[in-house]
Design a protein around this ligand. Sequence first.
Ligand SMILES: [Zn+2]
Length: 195
Amino acid sequence: MRDPRRRLYYRMKRRLLNLLTAVSLLLGVGTVALWGLSVWRRDVLSRHTSGHSWLMSNQPAGLYLAVSTTDDPQPPEPWQWATAPANGPSNDTLARFPSVAGIRAGQFHSGGARGRTYKGSMGRSVVSATTRFVRVPHWFLLTACLPLPVVAVWLRRRRRLRTSAGLCWRCGYDLRATPGRCPECGTAATVSTTA
Ligand SMILES: [Zn+2]
């Protein structure tokens, strides 16, 4: 009675773990790509509503998430993407958003903290804009993405080594005297090796 339920539980757990591992791997690869890209380009994804600007940016120092509040009335704009050379002067595309002026270019590079607030003036008119941002360094994201795939590779390798050595893949007990089922943990020996 309890056995099928238990098996279902283990199967669900394994599927969830596999899914998380795959997502982790995907995020890790994405992070490496963004990290590499940040050497060449500075990318900004932004959206404006009246009074607020929302911004995501890939910079050499990491990924930035920012919200800017301004008293400068500006027409709402949908999400849009702007890009500039990583080490060049900040171009017009980036500069035309007064409310994100405080976190442009140089301050992006020097601003290391999270949740820091800037007030800045931009262009001809003085604009009061308060920007709060969070910076997540690429190495931090990568470190967070690594453990699951590494453990998955290690487990798979251990399973293969144990199986080929005639040991129980789950607990490592010597199965040469009792092929078929492990007397130690009850695992059927190498019936379905798909993980
Ligand atoms: Zn065993």
